[in-house]
Ligand binder design. Structure first.
Ligand code: MN
Length: 328
């Protein structure tokens, strides 16, 4: 399929490269480093070769979220957002941007998102899970009441918020201690992000901000597969939910979330995601440079689905959600 739009596509700047290096052995770091730093060369060739017209770019992880000093986090976000805007300006026909946000301080984050949307033309934000605040061992999740004004600002700006994974702190996640192979995309990314998404939902966030739209990668971080059970466990007991939100979790999932195919190139998983959230809420993505564009595109272009659905997932849903004005 030509004209695909991909939206979980990362880059790094020199000062954020180290955030990705720790996950990978030296045998692949040279290649990954080159992929991360590049925007205008290899990336465009990969896009051309695989029918990707547009990438919405975002900074690598965890970067801004792991900078415990709020002022330093704000400065890093501003620098990298300005850099991304300058790169997009070189090829506005091929790139758009997601803002990195210093959520250590909800006021800073709202201000930076406003700046990125109004002045830099960004189409939303991509945030790497919880933020460390004040010291490396103190974490904050965005269902907390202090973030409600930030979320109202996201809703008012009318842009989606991509909740991207990061690893839990090992000091907070004893279950992974000694089993580090489970960290990252193998398991911990999905678990961490799914729980954060459920926290946001159960907090009543979408009762306060009904138009707010959250994007999850990796075909929904396991949530489509588990959503029925979230709302229907022990149904015979007929117990009222013990969370603050007014409706079933699945209701919000189907009205306030979108999923992408990033890093999860599996047709049976896509079929389940379509069944749970609907074909209009799923978008193609690759997770470049951690996954290959050709792996994503070859799978997606040949996966067994109606051509009308391929066009929606590959392009049309993103055009609509991000109000993109592209030729063709
Ligand atoms: Mn990613």
């Amino acid at each position: 399929m030509q004209g695909k739009i991909a939206l979980e596509e990362h880059f790094a700047v020199e000062e954020t490269l180290a955030d990705s290096k720790g996950f990978f052995p030296d045998t692949v770091w040279g290649e990954l480093r080159a992929r991360l730093i590049d925007i205008q060369d290899r990336r465009l060739r990969e896009m051309d070769a695989n029918g990707v017209e547009l990438m919405i770019l975002s900074l690598n992880a965890p970067t801004v979220q792991a900078v415990a000093d709020p002022t330093a986090a704000r400065d890093l976000a501003r620098r990298t957002n300005d850099y991304l805007a300058a790169e997009i300006a070189k090829r506005p026909d091929r790139f758009r941007g997601f803002a990195a946000l210093p959520l250590q301080d909800p006021g800073h984050a709202a201000e930076e998102l406003r700046r990125c949307v109004r002045e830099l033309g960004f189409v939303g934000a991509l945030v790497n899970g919880f933020s460390q605040v004040g010291d490396a061992d103190t974490t904050t999740y965005y269902d907390e009441p202090a973030y409600r004004p930030f979320w109202r600002e996201v809703e008012a700006l009318g842009v989606p918020f991509y909740l991207h994974p990061r690893n839990p702190l090992l000091s907070h996640a004893r279950i992974f201690q000694g089993h580090e192979w489970l960290l990252g995309p193998t398991w911990a990314f999905g678990q961490e992000t799914a729980v954060h998404a459920l926290r946001l939902t159960g907090s009543g966030l979408f009762d306060d901000c009904p138009a707010l739209q959250i994007i999850l990668g990796h075909m929904g971080e396991g949530l489509p597969f588990s959503m029925w059970r979230v709302d229907n466990r022990n149904a015979w007991m007929n117990l009222p939910p013990s969370y603050k939100a007014k409706r079933q979790i699945g209701d919000y999932f189907r009205e306030n979330f979108h999923l992408t195919t990033s890093g999860n190139f599996r047709t049976s998983t896509l079929v389940d995601a379509i069944a749970e959230i609907g074909v209009d809420r799923i978008m193609f993505s690759t997770d470049w440079p951690f996954e290959n564009v050709d792996h994503a595109a070859r799978w997606f272009d040949s996966a067994d689905m109606a051509e009308q659905d391929r066009a929606r997932i590959g392009r049309e849903n993103a055009l609509r959600l991000f109000k993109l004005d592209l030729p063709g």
